[in-house]
Design a protein around this ligand. Structure first.
Ligand code: MCA
Ligand code: AMP
Length: 504
C-alpha cells in the first residue's frame, strides 16, 4: 500500500470543494485546488530531473506556493529540506553541501548571491517568489496537467530532512520518514480533536517542524482550513480570532498577545484551542492567559528528531509548567544519564522517547545516530525531566548546551566558534539569559585581548554576515576571565547567575 504522506492526505479528502487555505488578501484554495496546484508543481520538479529519493532544498518566503513545493516534493517521492529564511549564504552552503539536493529553490531576489552556493553543491538553482513568480513558479504554471500520480512510498522512506544543530560540530540532518510524519499527524488530530470545522490561524514559519508538520499536516489531514499568514503579527492574529478556532504558537506569541489590550474573553470566545510548544511556556504566562481569556493554553513537547512526544490533555487538567502525557503510541521514560537505567517516578533524569514518531537517524552520520538513538529504538533527547504523581512530564532543564530564543534554537558552540576567531578576542562563552519576550536571549561573554580589545559593536558587525540574525547575541559582555571548574570547563551556570536580570 502506498504510504506516501500526500497519498494518504489526498485519500482522506471528503469534500474537495471545502476551503483548505485562505490568505489575508482574501485568496482561497479548496482541497481540489491544492491537488491541482501540487500536481503542477510536482510535474515541474520531475521535468527538472527530480527522481524519488532526491533532496529538494528550499529557502523561500512563507507562502502558498512554498507550501505547494513541500507537497509537490512529497508527491514526487523527493525528500523536502526546508531552510530558515534567516540563514546566511555561508550557513546555506553547509546545509546544501551536506545534503546534496538535486534542486535548491530560493527567493528570486536572493538568486544572485546564492547561485555560487548552489553551484558549489552541485545543485540546480530554481527560484520561487511568494507570489508564485520565479523560474520554478513559471515552470509549474506552464504545465497544464492538474493531475499527478503520487509516487508510491513505504512508511520508512524519507519524506523530509530537517537540520538541527548539534552540541558539538556541525548541524545534523534529521531524516524523517513518511511513517514518522503520518503517525504523528494522526496522534495529534486525535489528541487535539481536530475536524473539518476547524480554522487554524497559521502564523508560524514553515521551515520547522512546528509550522510545517504540526500545524499544516494536522490541518490538511483533518479537512480543516488554515488562515495562512506570512508572519506573526499579534494585532492581526487577535483580529482573526473571531472567525477561527485554533492557534498554535511558540511562547513568545502568547507573551506578545497578552500585551494586546483587546485580548479578553469576548475576543477569544469563538476559539476552542490554544497550543504552545517549541520552548518552555512560563507558568505565569499560562495563568495570565487563563485569567484574561478563560482558556487554558495546551502545552506540548516535541523535537525535530521525534515530532511531538507529549501533550497536555484536551479534556482533563492542563497543568502549567508541565508538557503533559505521552501521545498515543509514544513511549517516554526518564533515565539515569550515565547508566541509562529507568529512574523511579519523581526523579529527574534524561528524557528518552520511542515510537513511530522517532526519526530514522542523522543524514550520513552513523556515529552521531548511534550516540543518540539506542539499539532498542529509544532516542536520547538531551532534555532533563521528571514525571509527577499524575504521570505528567515536566521538562526541568537541558542536558545539552542550547539556547531557545523565540522558539528558535541557537547552539552556543556555533556562535562561540565565530566569536573566538575574531581579532581582539581571547575566548568567549555564549549563554541564554531569561528574556521577557524571547524566553531566552543569546548573550556572549567575551574575554578581550588586553592589548587590542574588541568592542561589542565590532563583534556584532563581524558576526552579522556569518550568522542568521536570530543567532546574534542581543548583548556582548566583557570579563577578564571565564569562570572554570577544576577540569577547566567553563561554568556557564555561574555566568547565568551573574548576569541574571540583564534583560529585566
Ligand atoms: C527574529 N529575531 C529574533 C527572533 N526572531 N531574535 C531572536 N530570536 C528570535 N526568535 C530578530 C530579527 O533577526 C530582527 O533582528 C528582530 O529580531 C526583529 O525581527 P522580526 O522579524 O520583526 O521578528 P519577529 O517577526 O517579531 O519574530 C519573532 C518570532 C519569530 C515571531 C518569535 O522568531 C517566530 O515566528 N518564531 C517561531 C519559531 C518556530 O516556529 N519555532 C519552532 C521550531 P534585527 O533587528 O537585528 O534585524 S520547531 C521546534 O522547536 C520543535 C520541533 C517543537 O517542539 O516545535
Ligand atoms: P528542535 O531542535 O527545534 O527540535 O527543538 C527541540 C527542543 O525544544 C527540545 O529538545 C526541548 O529542549 C525544546 N522544547 C520543545 N517544546 C518544549 C516545551 N513545551 N517545553 C520545554 N522545552 C521544549
Amino acid at each position: 500500500m502506498n504510504q506516501n504522506l500526500f497519498h494518504l492526505l489526498a485519500e482522506g479528502i471528503v469534500d474537495p470543494k471545502a476551503t483548505a487555505i485562505e490568505t489575508p488578501d482574501g485568496h482561497r484554495l479548496s482541497y481540489a485546488d491544492i491537488l491541482a496546484a501540487s500536481a503542477r508543481m510536482a510535474h515541474a520538479l520531475v521535468s527538472l530531473g527530480v527522481v524519488p529519493g532526491d533532496r529538494v532544498a528550499a529557502q523561500v518566503e512563507k507562502s502558498v506556493p512554498a507550501l505547494m513545493l513541500y507537497l509537490a516534493s512529497l508527491r514526487a517521492g523527493a525528500v523536502f529540506l526546508p531552510l530558515n529564511t534567516a540563514y546566511t549564504p555561508a550557513e546555506i552552503a553547509y546545509f546544501i553541501g551536506d545534503a546534496t539536493p538535486r534542486l535548491f529553490v530560493c527567493d528570486p531576489a536572493a538568486a544572485p548571491k546564492l547561485a555560487p552556493v548552489a553551484q558549489a553543491a552541485g545543485a540546480r538553482l530554481m527560484t520561487l517568489g511568494a507570489d508564485g513568480s520565479g523560474t520554478l513558479g513559471e515552470a509549474a504554471a506552464a504545465g497544464r496537467e492538474g493531475d499527478f500520480a503520487t509516487v508510491p512510498r513505504g512508511a520508512d522512506d524519507l519524506a523530509a530532512l530537517l537540520y538541527t544543530s548539534g552540541t558539538t560540530g556541525r548541524s545534523k540532518g534529521a531524516m524523517l520518514s513518511h511513517g514518522n510524519l503520518v503517525s504523528n499527524t494522526r496522534a495529534l488530530q486525535q489528541a487535539w480533536r481536530f475536524d473539518q470545522r476547524d480554522v487554524l490561524i497559521h502564523a508560524l514559519p514553515i521551515f520547522h517542524t512546528h509550522g510545517l508538520f504540526v500545524a499544516s499536516n494536522v490541518t490538511l489531514f483533518s479537512g480543516a482550513s488554515m488562515i495562512f499568514l506570512p508572519k506573526f503579527d499579534p494585532a492581526q492574529v487577535l483580529g482573526l480570532m473571531g472567525r477561527a478556532s485554533v492557534l498554535m504558537g511558540v511562547p513568545t506569541f502568547y507573551v506578545r498577545l497578552l500585551a494586546e489590550p483587546g485580548l479578553d474573553r469576548t475576543s477569544t470566545a469563538g476559539m476552542r484551542l490554544f497550543v504552545s510548544g517549541s520552548a518552555p511556556l512560563l507558568a505565569e504566562t499560562h495563568r495570565a492567559w487563563q485569567q484574561r481569556t478563560g482558556h487554558a493554553i495546551l502545552e506540548r513537547y516535541g523535537m525535530t528528531e521525534t515530532n511531538m512526544n507529549t501533550s497536555n490533555p484536551y479534556e482533563g487538567p492542563r497543568v502549567a509548567g508541565t508538557v503533559g502525557l505521552p501521545l498515543p503510541g509514544v513511549e517516554v521514560k526518564v533515565t539515569d544519564p550515565v547508566s541509562g537505567e529507568t529512574l523511579p517516578q519523581g526523579q529527574i533524569g534524561m528524557v528518552e522517547v520511542r515510537g513511530p514518531n522517532v526519526f530514522k537517524g542523522y543524514w550520513q552520520m552513523p556515529e552521531k545516530t548511534a550516540a543518540e538513538l539506542r539499539p532498542d529504538g529509544f532516542f536520547i533527547t538531551g532534555d532533563l525531566g521528571c514525571f509527577d504523581d499524575n504521570g505528567y512530564l515536566q521538562i526541568v532543564g537541558r542536558g545539552k548546551d542550547l539556547v531557545i530564543s523565540g522558539g528558535l534554537n541557537v547552539y552556543p558552540r556555533e556562535v562561540e566558534t565565530e566569536i573566538d576567531a575574531l581579532p581582539g578576542v581571547v575566548e568567549s562563552a555564549v549563554i541564554g539569559l531569561s528574556h521577557p519576550d524571547l524566553g531566552e536571549a543569546v548573550t556572549a561573554v567575551v574575554v578581550p585581548d588586553p592589548d587590542h580589545p574588541a568592542t561589542e559593536s565590532a563583534i556584532l558587525a563581524a558576526l552579522a554576515p556569518r550568522l542568521a540574525r536570530f543567532k546574534l547575541p542581543k548583548r556582548v559582555l566583557f570579563l577578564d576571565e571565564l569562570p572554570r571548574n577544576t577540569m577547566g570547563k567553563v561554568q556557564k551556570n555561574q555566568l547565568r547567575d551573574r548576569y541574571a536580570g540583564l534583560y529585566g
